[in-house]
Design a protein around this ligand. Structure first.
Ligand code: FAD
Ligand code: NAP
Length: 865
């Protein structure tokens, strides 16, 4: 069933480059969907990774029953894995078995390297040239060229001089290599080195390992297939595979929500031990929610592993050199080993720490380091790959207007969903940069990509389109999202190949998608459900450009909203005020606790006969401290002095100031202006009692979130007009400033972002009357003048109904010559910045708020002293 085309006929419908795991599945899906296809493979045979990497010890590092195709549920009839982690020969046999069983070989031409691919705009055709000078045309070109298929060029001088045997783990000979009794050097201690070193040590007479960066490696505990997995597969294979697809990393597991330090130390240790014994890499990093995002949490786990290394390796100096200390665990790929560390206890195995004794060069007989000369019979390079972009860069690809892909990606790869790149129509990438790829079980990610691509081709065909290409803005939005995901993690803290840091001159960009397989899949599915959002399509049906950005929220905010939508909480406005309060208090109390502070004290303040509860947060350092009076959110109807606990702790810890979260009377029982009057009472009380509270009299600021921001703004105006107390700064976080429901943000962000427009209306209806609307104590934006107000930091969130009035207040303050810092929190919602333990992407904004407060308070100190 050829593609119905207005354009010139092509030799084939689809050219697939590469016959590894991805190329084989493409051959299966495309042939079943009725496409003419050619699979071109440079190697003499199929298998990709598992064809090339034949070094001793080469194995999968994801359990075999997970690292296999899920499209063939009959596999149990004709395929048996022999162990938990299968070896390279067994995996290669499996791939051959799949190719034979589904008659895929007839589509594959081996020994054919694609050297050039050129998009012919006029005919909407890809011209593909191979090493045999062929010009093959196809409507669609799919790069299944692999993330780890191009070995890194070894940049050690003198390579050509060595007279002995030279091996690369990534290009291992097909005939067995015999190291018996030989003097062997292994350079590199990544996954390939870690797997091959123990095997080479079994034969070598002398083995020297040259290590530049130590690795974190976990014992595989290899053996029989895990009974529990087999049982699950036997009872419900479809459910098992679906759980893998919907998991964070492509193996069935539930995304951890538990922060490390919310669990007692002994329980944490037990959890590390259990996971260590299980020997599953992708599960290990999911032990706690923050292992890959919190430096301290990560360091605790890293130290656990270092303890394991020290316990195995006899020589303390060698053990110390094997312990990684310069990067967070997981920020470079974790390794899975069998007997790696114990190998260093063998008397004829030696570790040379290249970081302290650098390799000077390779000589005719061996390797010279700064301190020593070594003689070898064989050198083994386990030095890695030009990962993720290397195979694409090796092909001369030109797209629209003859722009080379290499030039387009000169500053780092840019893709939409890791699947396509703007300016290169009909060019698909399997597990391209910007997709989870190497951070996941690749078997699951490859299947998802292939399914997406083939379904897309079919949708094009049925829709009457022949050409598809992402828009620039969709791509820019996606890359920003990829950056946002990476920015929440510790990945950037290592010189890893994820960042291209292993290849000199390669742009340093974190390339994979770190948001997880589950959220990634949801984005891909959403793009399709929204009629190929972010793509332009053309063909006999005409031109359809559906421009748009699929992920505009911060990744963790998106996840949280999805989780909340799944729970399906009732809308506030469907409840009585009391029920809404109870519901709100319950939800806020379920939030993870904020950071430790020096002291937390609950009290009741007595101001002018009004008693108000408060919670005081004191920093751990030595006082006296500046004092910040904090007003909680909740629309002047909900919440109390304790409901913003984590947010207050966080701001206290960051700003080194006392935070006093004060309660105030709530509507509808006590409508406007009760809350503002109480706010004033609290500020006066704090000013009068600052010294007694351990504060520094004269250094007083206010801060508030939401309705609390409204109160803080109003209090500053009242204090200015009254001439006291002296407030030196105001931090207004997503404040309401005029409740003008005609503003665009009320319609743009009416639903779907936590606080809804109808909830704001409901809260406003409880708190105030229409007649109060222009009272500046209710709507500070209506003040006659804002001049003379304390310096302000105003935070507005992109997806917030009250965003525009916050923006307006920031502009009005600045126009009145009030020193104003306006932070526009991209991708955030009304409350996301306050959700400390959940929303890590809010941390930089909270740091900016604390810094601004610190500057206001420090400036005052300079003025006083
Ligand atoms: P590949 O298997 O790399 O196949 C790409 C093919 O494209 C190659 O055969 C290559 O020759 C061919 N090709 C490239 N350029 C051209 C060209 N210009 N013209 C023609 N042909 C070309 N992932 C996991 O999830 N779990 C693991 O345990 C795991 N273990 C690994 C172990 C090793 C040693 C390595 C190197 C990688 C491992 N990976 C693992 C990642 C692994 O690469 C993927 O799991 C998967 O095999 C990739 O399949 P692929 O088809 O996308 O790419
Ligand atoms: P790698 O992780 O990039 O490791 C390369 C090693 O060589 C590093 O230790 C590196 O040191 C060192 N090195 C590179 N150039 C060097 C030089 N000039 N001098 C000294 N040392 C040098 O590569 P890899 O081990 O082949 O693994 C790549 C990826 O493939 C893995 O991360 C994994 O995803 C996959 N893989 C998986 C398995 C598995 O267990 N199934 C096995 C192999 C590979 P620096 O760290 O200092 O750069």
């Amino acid at each position: 069933m050829p593609v119905d085309s207005r354009f010139a006929a092509t030799d084939t419908d689809v050219i697939v480059v590469g016959a590894g795991f991805a190329g084989l599945y493409l051959a299966y899906r495309l042939s079943r969907a009725g496409y003419r296809l050619r699979v071109l493979e440079a190697a003499p045979d199929l298998g990709g990774t598992w064809y090339w990497n034949r070094y001793p010890g080469a194995r999968v590092d994801v359990p075999s029953v997970d690292y296999m195709y899920s499209f063939d549920p009959d596999w149990q009839q004709d395929w048996q894995w022999s162990e938990k982690y299968a070896t390279q020969p067994e995996i290669l046999r499996y791939l051959h078995h799949v190719a034979d069983k589904h008659d895929l070989r007839r589509h594959i031409t081996c020994g054919t390297r694609v050297e050039q691919a050129r998009w012919d705009e006029d005919n909407a055709v890809w011209h593909v040239c191979t090493g045999h000078d062929h010009d093959i045309t196809a409507r669609f070109l799919v790069m299944a060229t692999g993330c780890l298929s191009v070995p890194k060029h070894v940049d050690i001088p003198g390579m050509e001089r060595f007279a002995g045997e030279v091996y690369f783990t990534s290009r291992w000979p097909h005939d067995p290599v015999d190291f018996t009794g030989k003097r062997v050097a292994v350079i590199g201690t990544g996954s390939s080195g870690v797997q091959s070193i123990p095997m080479i040590a079994r034969q070598a007479g002398r083995l020297v390992v040259f290590q530049r960066t130590p690795t974190f490696s976990v014992p595989a505990g290899n053996g029989p297939l895990p009974a529990q997995k087999l049982e699950l597969l036997a009872t419900d294979e479809a459910g098992y595979r679906q759980a893998a697809r919907m998991s964070p990393a492509g193996v069935p597991m539930v995304r951890s929500q538990t922060p490390t330090f919310s669990v007692p130390a002994e329980e944490r240790r037990q959890r590390y031990e259990t996971d260590w014994e299980a020997g599953e890499l992708l599960v290990l990093l999911n032990a706690f929610a923050d292992v890959m995002s919190d430096r301290e949490a990560n360091e605790e786990f890293a130290e656990f592993i270092r303890g394991k290394i020290r316990a195995v390796v006899d020589d303390p100096q060698t053990a110390s050199a094997l312990c990684p200390t310069t990067y967070p665990v997981g920020s470079k790929r974790l390794c899975l080993d069998t007997g790696y560390y114990a190998t260093y206890n063998l008397p004829y195995v030696r570790l040379v720490d290249v970081a302290t004794d650098p390799i000077r060069g390779i000589t005719e007989t061996g390797i010279d380091t700064a301190a020593e000369s070594f003689e070898f019979d064989a050198l083994v390079f386990a030095t890695g790959f030009d990962a993720l972009t290397g195979a694409l860069a090796a092909i001369d690809i030109t797209g629209r207007d003859a722009v080379p892909l290499k030039d387009d990606w000169a500053d780092g790869p840019a893709t939409y969903l890791g699947l396509m790149t703007a300016g290169f129509p009909n060019l698909f990438l399997i597990t391209g940069p910007g997709s989870p790829s190497v951070l996941s079980n690749m078997a699951v990610s490859i299947e998802q990509h292939v399914d997406w691509v083939v379904d897309c081709l079919t949708d094009l065909r049925t829709g009457g389109f022949e050409v598809i290409e992402p828009t620039k803005s969709a791509q820019t939005g996606w890359m920003r999202h990829v950056d946002d995901c990476a920015g929440m993690t510790l990945y950037a803290c290592a010189n890893s190949w994820y960042l291209g840091a292993n290849v000199p001159g390669k742009p340093r960009v974190f390339m994979p998608y770190a948001g997880g397989v589950d959220f990634y899949r949801a984005a891909c599915d959403e793009v399709v459900a929204r009629d190929y959002l972010g793509f332009a399509r053309s063909g006999s049906a005409g031109v359809r450009c559906n421009d748009g950005v699929v992920r505009r929220l911060q990744p963790d905010v998106q996840m949280l909203l999805e989780q909340m939508a799944a729970v399906g909480s009732p809308p506030l406005e469907s409840m009585s005020a009391d029920d809404a309060r109870a519901f709100y208090a319950l939800w806020r109390s379920a939030l993870p606790p904020g950071p430790e502070v020096g002291e937390v004290v609950d009290g009741v303040l007595d101001g002018d006969g009004v008693e108000l509860a408060y919670r005081l947060y004191r920093p751990p350092s030595t006082g006296p401290y500046p004092v910040v009076v904090y007003f909680h959110g909740g629309g002047c109807v909900l919440g109390d002095a304790t409901t913003d606990d984590a947010f207050c702790r966080d701001l206290c810890a960051r700003s080194d100031a006392i935070f006093i979260s004060v309660d105030y009377r709530h509507a509808p029982e006590n409508p406007f202006p009760a809350a503002v009057l109480d706010g004033m009472t609290a500020v006066r009380w704090a000013a009068a009692n600052a010294a007694e509270l351990g504060g520094d009299p004269g250094r007083l600021a206010v801060c508030g979130w939401s309705a609390g921001g409204n109160i803080a703004a109003a209090v500053c105006q009242i204090a200015r007009d009254a001439g006291a107390p002296d407030i030196v700064g105001q931090a207004l976080v997503t404040p309401a400033t005029d409740y003008d429901f005609t503003r665009k943000s009320y319609s743009d962000n009416a639903n779907g972002y936590g606080l809804t427009t109808s909830a704001v209306r409901w809260l406003f209806g409880h708190y105030a009357r229409e007649a109060d609307r222009t009272d500046p104590r209710l709507a500070p934006l209506y003040a006659e003048s804002l001049a003379g107000l304390p310096p302000a930091v105003v935070v507005t969130a992109e997806f917030d109904p009250v965003r525009d009035e916050g923006d307006a207040y920031a502009r009005a303050l600045a126009a009145a010559d009030v020193a104003t810092e306006h932070i526009r929190a991209r991708g955030h919602t009304h409350d996301s910045l306050t959700l400390v333990g959940f929303v890590l992407s809010g941390a930089p904004v909270r740091a900016e708020i604390a810094d601004a407060l610190g500057r206001f308070l420090a400036a005052e100190r300079l003025a006083i002293h």
